[in-house]
Write a protein that binds this ligand. Structure first.
Ligand code: AMP
Ligand code: MG
Length: 403
């Protein structure tokens, strides 16, 4: 049985970035940059005033009060492009270019206009350079601001817009097909009959996959029918980069997922990982190159195995720099049991203590089908294999779950 880390490495090794595409800026949010973003101009592009006030020479106002002649006005988008001389001032607005000859801006609150606007009395001296953001002091033309592989958040939008990225080169979003196996399953709109339950995995997998950037198609329920599952895998493969199934991967009499994959000629990379929950998890590749994740059936196992493995592929295919969920350390609020031979990833709610420490509260854990409690999980507590018991207060590693 391979370790979680080994399994993640295998998944990464087989998850190549898809071809890139160009999208309009308004459609670029949450996509992954496939190119470095470079400044096409200095920022600011000219010496810019940070205040409403008067562009002046600091030397002119070293002994206040002093009155200067107003020779012009510089507004944002409409500067004053002459040479300012000693003894002169130019009325200036925030965001406007500072005229040649001026070396400082005195804010309007520290001045008083005289002679109906022809002169200004400066009430306090300024240090040279005051309230001026000099050209290129924030960014120089040619500088790389965002790197390929970074995600485009709302904050990055302003950067892309500022430097003229009307279209952005991003990684293509993988097409994912999800299919649920199990003769006990009925659809979400159906009333379960005797021995039946509603399919929930397709919905959680879809939500996780979409928030990782995938385009998701949900296939009809597959029952426990190898032939039907084979047809669905084969057909989905023709239009999907990834197929994600749930259920039917353990050692029960009706666990047909692996059989279907093998009969289709799939290469199986792994089928068991030293992980709790989620030991039976299949990662395979169909002959046409489509990757397949056969997740276990238990809804909690689905969340854990999806986030460890399938999410990694979805992000890697988009060219993302970071394909694994962020790990942090936290203090346990309750005792927790691990296992001898497997690493555990147990649902938890994170909070902050009054002294600012991150706390991890294990959620009710009655077995891998305890998905009701899981609805409130914000993280997984990682319990190394061989740790029989962790005491309240112990420092543990946690992995934040995506929203
Ligand atoms: P399996 O891995 O197929 O043996 O399924 C393990 C457990 O998960 C069983 O109790 C199944 O009924 C349940 N299960 C399997 N698939 C789903 C699904 N799509 N939605 C909800 N529960 C499921
Ligand atoms: Mg089943």
């Amino acid at each position: 049985m391979i370790s979680v880390d080994e399994a993640i490495r295998i998944v990464q090794a087989h998850s190549r970035p898809l071809p890139t595409e160009s999208v309009g800026l308004t459609h670029a949010r949450n996509r992954f940059l496939a190119e470095d973003v470079t400044a096409d101009s200095d920022l600011p592009p000219f010496d810019r005033s940070q205040m409403d006030g008067y562009a002046i020479r600091a030397a002119d106002v070293s002994h206040v009060r002093v009155s200067l002649r107003i020779v012009g006005e510089s507004a944002a988008g409409r500067g004053w492009h002459q040479q300012m001389q000693a003894g002169e001032a130019v009325r200036i607005m925030t965001g406007a270019p500072v005229p040649e000859g001026a070396d400082s801006v005195q804010q309007v609150e520290l001045t008083r206009e005289l002679e109906g606007g022809n002169a200004v009395e400066v009430l306090q001296p300024v240090v040279q350079g005051r309230s001026i953001v000099t050209r290129g002091s924030e960014i120089k033309a040619g500088q790389i601001i965002l790197r390929a592989g970074e995600t485009i958040g709302a904050g990055a939008m302003a950067v892309l817009a500022s430097f003229g990225y009307a279209r952005v080169k991003v990684g293509r979003r993988p097409r994912v097909s999800v299919v649920a196996t199990g003769s006990e399953l009925v659809g979400v709109a159906d009333k379960p009959g005797q021995d039946q339950i509603r399919d929930s995995n397709n919905y959680s997998i879809r939500a996780y996959a979409e928030s990782a950037g995938a385009q998701v198609e949900q296939l009809p329920l597959a029952g426990d029918d190898t032939e039907l599952l084979k047809r669905q895998f084969a057909e989905a493969a023709t239009r999907s980069d990834i197929v994600i199934s749930s259920g039917g991967v353990s050692v029960g009499v009706y666990d047909f997922t692996k059989a279907a994959l093998k009969e289709l000629g799939a290469e199986i990379f792994f089928e068991r990982v030293a992980l709790r929950p989620g030991k039976p998890i299949v990662f395979a590749r169909l002959p046409n190159g489509t990757l397949v994740f056969g997740l276990p059936g238990n809804p909690v196992s689905v969340s854990v195995t999806f986030n460890l493995f399938a999410r990694t592929t979805i992000l890697a295919m988009q060219g993302a720099q970071a394909t694994e969920l962020q790990k942090e350390t936290a203090a346990l609020t309750k005792d927790l049991k691990g296992t001898q031979d497997r690493e555990s990833y147990l649902p938890a709610e994170l909070s902050t203590s009054s002294d600012g420490r991150l706390l991890a509260s294990p959620l009710k854990w009655g077995g891998s089908s305890d998905f009701i409690a899981f609805a409130h999980a914000t993280a997984l507590i990682i319990v190394p294999k061989g740790s029989e018991r962790l005491e309240a207060g112990a420092t543990v590693q946690v992995m934040r779950l995506p929203a």
